[in-house]
Design a protein around this ligand. Structure first.
Ligand code: HEM
Length: 466
């Protein structure tokens, strides 16, 4: 080994399997132990280095697209082909990302508030009063909501009223006013994305990447579902193009096809929609599940959010308040994202020789960071294990300015962070205002660090408040 590449110290691991076995026994405990024993930079495997220092993490994140890549192939062996594809598409993605940003900024997200809340209210009304699996309920809402944000303006312009089924199908199957109703493309796309995300998380559930030529049912399903998403999206894009521009953009697809800036090819539009739908899949749903758990743990917290919703006159989903009028609710969400960041583990592939802190790293290696541990590190946070929304109201910022990164940072920061916050603030306020939550298995619903950090097996009954 040349001087240039001194091995980074880390747990030695076992013969053949390295650290994978110990890691899979308890992922968070393994990473916490390794950090305690080896410091803020440690080796996980010959190709993976874990970095836990917030300044170094930030440094890596801002250098993404140069020495680091955000995209990682799920199946090994596809890497070279995949990197070529990424290199070609990256500049296009970065410029289409800017175009997508316009549709998702604070104004775009706020304008979408009532549509979003109507969907949430309808889904919750439908499931109220009986025990439900919280994560699948919230994921199904967030999946539908994002698909609606992307494509929900199509083909008619009528919005479903509160009480009407969320995906826009009229109660008796007849289009209102003789018009086609929106909803069908949203449902088809949301379901295709759901299947693709389930197939991808089945691959990610294992810490080992499989060779791409290995024809396992999982890899075949992963490929088939990805093709399906591509085909339903390209179909929607073609149909919308053929229908021509509308006076005002009604969803992200309108914005991408007819908004300001250079015209995008169907392929570029597909890229944005695909990345947005995939990257947001389940993430707000996981956060809402943590909120449900937190409300069940602490009814006073729910009461305080309810009071704020009442003061802001949140009485009907048709006319929601500006999320800025709900600062305590926003602080609750920031605290949920601190203690339970859905994207609890992030990574970057190294594509050029580079240096991270005092270590030289080379192409083919991977850098990983565990935001869950950074967000609970007593060096950066006071009372890190306590749920304290007030810390976000009193200016008690972390001692390291980069120690809070639920949405990532740098050029690949979450594209939907404002939309995600709007969605979470309104849905959380609605939950507190309209329901008493009963959870029977609080003790067993502990953090499960899977593809996302989720409360394992959380079930609840949402009792409508009188
Ligand atoms: C609770 C809400 C959300 C959280 C915590 C979250 C978190 C994240 C994080 C941490 C990343 C960066 C991953 C990395 O750097 O490797 C990311 C990327 C992304 N997110 Fe989100 N997200 C949320 C909601 C959303 C929503 C609602 C959308 C879309 C409408 C969205 C769209 C995206 C996209 C497109 C990217 C990839 C950006 C790129 O690679 O250039 N996210 N998100």
């Amino acid at each position: 080994m040349s001087e240039r590449y001194q091995p980074v110290p880390g747990p030695p691991g076992r013969f053949l399997v390295g650290n994978t076995y110990e890691y899979d026994q308890d992922r968070l405990a393994f990473l916490a132990r390794a950090q305690r024993d080896y410091g803020d930079v440690f080796r996980f495997s010959p190709t993976a280095v874990v970095v836990q220092d917030p300044e170094l993490i930030h440094d890596v994140l801002v250098r993404t697209n140069a020495e680091f890549r955000a995209e990682s192939p799920l199946v090994s062996g596809a890497a070279a082909r995949f990197q070529e594809l990424i290199d070609r598409r990256l500049p296009v993605w970065m410029s289409t990302r800017r175009k997508g940003w316009r549709g998702m900024n604070a104004a775009g997200s706020a304008a979408y508030g009532s549509r979003l809340l109507r969907q949430f209210a309808a889904i919750m009304d439908e499931r109220a009063g009986r025990e439900v699996e919280v994560l699948s309920l919230m994921k199904s809402f967030s999946g539908q909501a994002i698909a609606d944000f992307c494509l929900g303006g199509q083909p008619a312009h009528r919005q479903p009223a509160h009480g009407e089924p969320a995906h826009g199908e009229p109660a008796h199957g007849e289009p209102a006013d003789g018009q086609p109703v929106r909803g069908e493309p949203v449902r088809v796309v949301a379901e295709a994305v759901e299947r693709a995300a389930t197939a991808a998380s089945a691959l990610m559930a294992s810490s080992l990447t499989l060779p791409h030529w290995w024809p396992t049912p999982r890899i075949r399903r992963f490929r088939r579902t990805a093709r399906e998403v591509r085909s339903v999206l390209l179909e929607q894009i073609a149909a919308r193009r053929a229908a021509g521009a509308r006076p005002h953009p009604e969803d992200l697809l309108d914005e991408l096809l007819h908004g300001e800036g250079a015209e995008l090819s169907d392929e570029a539009v597909y890229d944005v929609l695909n990345v947005v739908l995939r990257a947001s899949h389940g993430v707000p749903g996981a956060s809402l599940s943590w909120i449900v758990r937190q409300f069940a743990l602490d009814p006073d917290l729910a009461a305080r959010v309810r009071k704020e919703a009442g003061d802001a006159r949140l009485t009907t989903p048709d006319d929601p308040p500006d999320p800025a009028a709900l600062p305590y609710t926003e602080a609750v969400i920031k605290e949920v994202l601190r203690m339970y960041p859905p994207t609890w583990l992030m990574g970057r592939d190294i594509v050029r020789e580079t240096r991270v802190g005092e270590w030289n790293l080379r192409p083919g290696q991977q850098v990983m960071f565990c935001t869950y541990l950074v967000h609970r590190d007593p060096r950066w946070w006071t009372y890190p294990e306590e749920f304290l929304p007030e810390r976000w109201l009193g200016g008690d910022v972390p001692h390291s300015r980069y120690a809070y990164l639920p949405f990532g940072a740098g050029p690949r920061i979450c594209l939907g962070n404002q939309l995600g916050m709007t969605q979470l603030v309104l849905a959380t306020a609605w939950l507190a205002a309209r329901f008493d939550i009963e959870v029977s298995d609080l003790d067993s619903a502990v953090p499960a660090p899977q593809a996302l950090l989720v409360p394992r097996g959380l079930r609840a009954v949402f009792h409508p408040r009188a």
